[in-house]
Design a protein around this ligand. Structure first.
Ligand SMILES: Nc1nc2c(ncn2[C@@H]2O[C@H](COP(=O)(O)OP(=O)(O)OP(=O)(O)O)[C@@H](O)[C@H]2O)c(=O)[nH]1
Ligand SMILES: [Mg+2]
Length: 258
């Protein structure tokens, strides 16, 4: 594995340097603040065979971020909003896409606030959505972006109007719906979430909180429960550092198990 340290002023500058020097396979190993600057250690894994060759496993995908509408759904506190910040950073800074963020999470006190603040800092347009009228009003603006990422409330089953709007968006042709599942939840809860969210036409899953598992191989048993492919795995709070491609994570388990 080839590693390199980058000293930069901002995350944006970091992503730009890393991806121009190491290419888009680079991963961030560590991000630290030092003397008012950011120190980022990035690595370039050895070129691996694609997952199809290595795994022959249809439960991993890297066929992601191809469609305009990207709703992020999942149970309460699974990491939806945090993951949106990471995904938005990948889309904007490493893939150089023109994106906006929208949020349906207005029921919770402060539901919009953190994501709105993040969007402002990252200079990403933010659209709060309370009802159908807002979606209609924003429709034309949405045409200006390659992707609109939608945040959603975790207590969706209790919000029939929002559930209806999200169902409508997830069924649209140009939509890629991502389900967030938290690895630190009990298997019975994950099964319940899978059963409820199956009606939303999910394209792929992002697993979060790998870092919370004392025994990381527990992730494998949840991975084996899924019949929807996994694209990424989040392993901490650092935005945008703590997100890994699923094949890197599950590849590592396979190697360890040998
Ligand atoms: N350890 C760890 N914590 C995480 C990760 N992702 C999110 N969290 C934490 O999990 C908690 C919930 O994260 P949010 O992003 O607010 O989750 P959410 O699904 O948007 O929550 P609701 O909107 O309330 O349903 C927060 O304390 C996050 O800091 C992760 O990968 N690892
Ligand atoms: Mg949230």
């Amino acid at each position: 594995m080839y590693m390199k340290k980058f000293i930069v002023k901002s995350i944006q500058e970091g992503w730009e340097k890393i991806y121009s020097e190491l290419g888009e396979n680079a991963i961030i190993i560590e991000t630290k603040e030092k003397d008012g600057k950011l120190q980022i250690i990035a690595a370039l894994p050895e070129k691996k065979p694609t997952y199809q060759q290595k795994f022959d496993n249809p439960r991993i995908t890297d066929d992601v971020f191809k469609r305009r509408y990207i709703p992020i759904i999942g149970g309460i506190a699974t990491g939806k909003t945090t993951t949106i910040a990471k995904v938005a950073s990948i889309l904007k800074f490493s893939l150089n896409r023109n994106i906006a963020i929208a949020s349906f999470d207005y029921y919770k006190i402060g539901g919009f606030d953190n994501l709105k603040k993040f969007a402002e800092i990252m200079q990403i347009p933010f659209y709060p959505i309370k009802n159908e009228k807002d979606i209609i009003a924003y429709r034309e603006s949405f045409e200006n972006y390659e992707h609109i990422i939608f945040d959603s409330p975790g207590n969706l089953p209790k919000l029939p109007e929002t559930e209806k709007l999200l169902k409508f968006i997830t069924k649209a042709e140009n939509t890629e719906t991502i389900l967030i599942l938290s690895l630190d939840k009990k298997e019975s809860i994950i099964k319940r979430e899978l059963s409820y969210f199956s009606k939303f036409n999910i394209s792929h899953v992002i697993l979060t909180k790998l870092d919370e598992l004392e025994d990381k191989s527990q992730a494998m048993s949840i991975f084996n429960m899924l019949d929807i492919p996994v694209s990424y795995v989040c392993n901490g709070l650092d935005v945008p550092g703590d997100i890994l491609k699923a094949d890197e994570v599950f590849n590592a388990f396979e190697v360890k198990a040998l």
